[in-house]
Write a protein that binds this ligand. Structure first.
Ligand code: SAM
Ligand code: SF4
Length: 329
């Protein structure tokens, strides 16, 4: 098992496979002027497989593929199948915007995907367009239904944005009435790639919960799974559950079990740090597995205690404002 310097177990890798995206969610990316990384700067599949194999041997048992939009990268299904067959990897999950996903869903179980987080911030076509700046609402809804039809464990991620999708909160909660789905509301974070920081978070966890209670006063807290980032709730008679992720308030740092690899190979031991070291550079300089392991363990031994400390320790770009597409969420 792997532990950090604060005694937290580390068993979960979030692997962002691309910084490219076909949507332009305004909370994540500016509409124009994005400079994607040159392809040669991205970790290759071979490099990612080597790193995941090494980490799996050290205690990482769960991997989430994210991005950018993962399915923009060619050969993603084959890559995921290879990952899921690595000894020690017990869970392989994916986070996707659902625009390119629908036709792949029937093969998800075959390639080893046990659960999908589908990003969907609105159930209203026009609001969806206003938020994502693209016209993909019906495609994403088709993906949602495909996931349910094929019995893939599905979570919906909705970022709560003042003045943008507050009217969606209650209808989205209702999705959990008919469907066995976890609907999770995420506090908006400053990772929008524009530097226009939300000076103050208007819709935090308590406010989102109070809003839900206006319609569902009998909502009940349920036990959160170990390492859960969401505070989870159930409404009597509902098939699914409701969760709130206090990502801006950073209420889950005490049990954080995750590390991140960015598309260009930067290891992040906290969402709010600006990268501990570039593991791809080490690989390309010819590092052995032993050298990679040593560098990796050293990084885990110097982990910030929470997202506030990690943000304070940034050596460039304070406060955090880079696009989430370069991190993976
Ligand atoms: N493109 C995929 C998608 O949208 O699901 C995967 C990458 S996306 C960066 C991963 C997650 O980060 C999504 O659920 C998205 O809603 C979330 N996210 C992006 N920017 C965010 C922000 N500023 N605050 C909170 N969540 C954010
Ligand atoms: Fe793309 Fe996902 Fe960012 Fe939206 S949240 S712009 S879908 S990477």
């Amino acid at each position: 098992m792997l532990y950090d310097n604060h005694g937290r177990e580390i068993n979960y890798l979030r692997l962002a496979v691309t910084d490219r995206c076909n949507l332009r969610c305004f909370y994540c990316m500016p509409e124009e002027g994005i400079k994607y990384m040159p392809k040669k700067e991205l970790l290759s599949y071979e490099e990612m497989i080597r790193l995941v194999t090494m980490m799996a041997g050290m205690g990482i048992s769960k991997v989430r593929i994210t991005g950018g939009e993962p399915f923009l990268r060619k050969g993603m299904m084959e890559f995921m199948e290879t990952l899921s067959n690595i000894t020690g990897i017990e869970k392989l999950n994916i986070t996707t915007n659902g625009t390119l996903t629908k036709d792949l869903v029937p093969d998800f179980k075959k390639v080893g995907i046990s659960s999908v987080n589908l990003s969907l911030d609105s159930l209203d076509e026009k609001r969806f367009f206003d938020i994502t700046r693209r016209d993909n609402f019906s495609t994403v809804m088709d993906t949602f239904h495909q996931l349910l039809e094929h019995g893939i464990q599905t979570k919906i991620n909705a970022v709560v944005m003042n003045g943008r999708n507050i009217d969606d909160i209650i209808p989205m909660v209702r999705l959990a009435k008919e469907h066995q789905v976890a609907v999770r509301f995420i506090e908006e974070m400053p990772f929008n790639g524009t530097g226009s920081n939300s000076e103050q978070l208007l819709w935090d966890y308590p406010k989102i919960l109070d809003h839900i209670k206006t319609e569902f006063p009998n909502i009940e807290k349920i036990k959160d799974p170990k390492h859960s980032t969401s505070f989870n709730y159930q409404i009597p008679g509902f098939k699914g559950s409701v969760g709130i992720i206090a990502a801006y308030s950073r209420l889950f740092c005490g049990s954080c079990n995750r590390i991140r690899l960015t598309p260009q190979g930067m290891l992040k031991t906290c969402l709010y740090d600006n990268g501990v070291f570039n593991i791809k550079n080490l690989i390309r300089e010819g590092a052995s597995d032993e050298q990679l392991k040593t560098a990796f363990l050293e990084a885990l031994g110097n982990r910030a205690k929470d997202g506030f400390e990690a943000e304070q320790n940034r050596d460039f770009g304070f406060p955090a404002s880079e696009s989430m597409a370069t991190i993976g969420g």
